[in-house]
Ligand binder design. Structure first.
Ligand SMILES: [Zn+2]
Length: 122
């Protein structure tokens, strides 16, 4: 368990590595699950209008879930690549170190707080 070694200072990179590889696996499994539910659907819509509406809604939910998962997975993979390149923890916009609390809270972030704010404002 990651948080059990409180006597030792937590190494943010080791923590991020463990967290990110876990997260990547979770997201990959979720994506596979979404694709499986999609395939169960044979693509033909019911004659019943109400059922048809439900099927379209389900498709939208699956599309959305799939998009959100893909985006997060891409972000997680990017953070993992940055660890491999030795760039992890540095903001990809300004090159300044990202706040440690921010990294621990959201290990897949690739930008510092100031840049994230600036990008939201932009
Ligand atoms: Zn920055």
């Amino acid at each position: 368990m990651l948080l059990s070694g409180l006597a030792e200072p937590m190494d943010p990179i080791a923590y991020a590595k463990a967290y990110l590889s876990n997260r990547a696996q979770e997201l990959t499994e979720r994506l596979a699950g979404v694709e499986r539910s999609r395939q169960r659907d044979d693509g033909t819509l019911s004659a019943d209008a109400e059922e048809r509406a439900t099927e379209c809604e389900n498709d939208e939910v699956l599309d959305h879930l799939s998009d959100v998962t893909r985006v997060e997975l891409a972000q997680v993979r990017r953070a993992m690549e940055r660890i491999d390149k030795g760039e992890y923890g540095l903001c990809e916009h300004c090159g300044q170190p990202i706040e440690e609390a921010r990294l621990l809270a959201v290990p897949e972030v690739t930008g510092c707080r100031a840049c994230a704010r600036a990008r939201i404002a932009a």
